[in-house]
Design a protein around this ligand. Structure first.
Ligand code: ZN
Ligand code: ZN
Ligand code: ZN
Ligand code: ZN
Length: 100
């Protein structure tokens, strides 16, 4: 019997479509294996995380995060930062009048 490639001792029952690992039922998370879960973006859960959020430390993909100076911040922390800074910023950032 083939053994799980994540835990190494339970019998493998599934093959992960993302990484091709053979995994046991405990390491199968209904779509991908536990090893893939660890590398997935915590926000969308679809794409591989490329970096971690500087604020919350969660792994996030490119689409769910953006650069804030030298760091990368996920969109949830970004939203929190925006609401904390709040109205003061939005007042200052009024659109400049445009001439035709
Ligand atoms: Zn296992
Ligand atoms: Zn996998
Ligand atoms: Zn994402
Ligand atoms: Zn974050």
């Amino acid at each position: 019997m083939e053994s799980c490639q994540v835990c190494g001792f339970e019998p493998a029952e599934r093959t992960c479509p993302r990484c091709g690992r053979r995994v046991c039922r405990h390491d199968w998370l209904g779509g991908h294996c536990a090893a893939c879960e660890a590398t997935l973006c915590r926000l969308c859960g679809e794409r591989h995380a490329l970096s971690t959020c500087a604020e919350c430390g969660r792994p996030v993909c490119d689409a769910c995060s953006s650069r804030a100076g030298l760091a990368r911040v996920c969109r949830e922390c970004q939203r929190r930062a925006w609401s904390a800074l709040g109205a003061a910023c939005s007042l200052r950032e009024a659109p400049a009048p445009r001439r035709p």
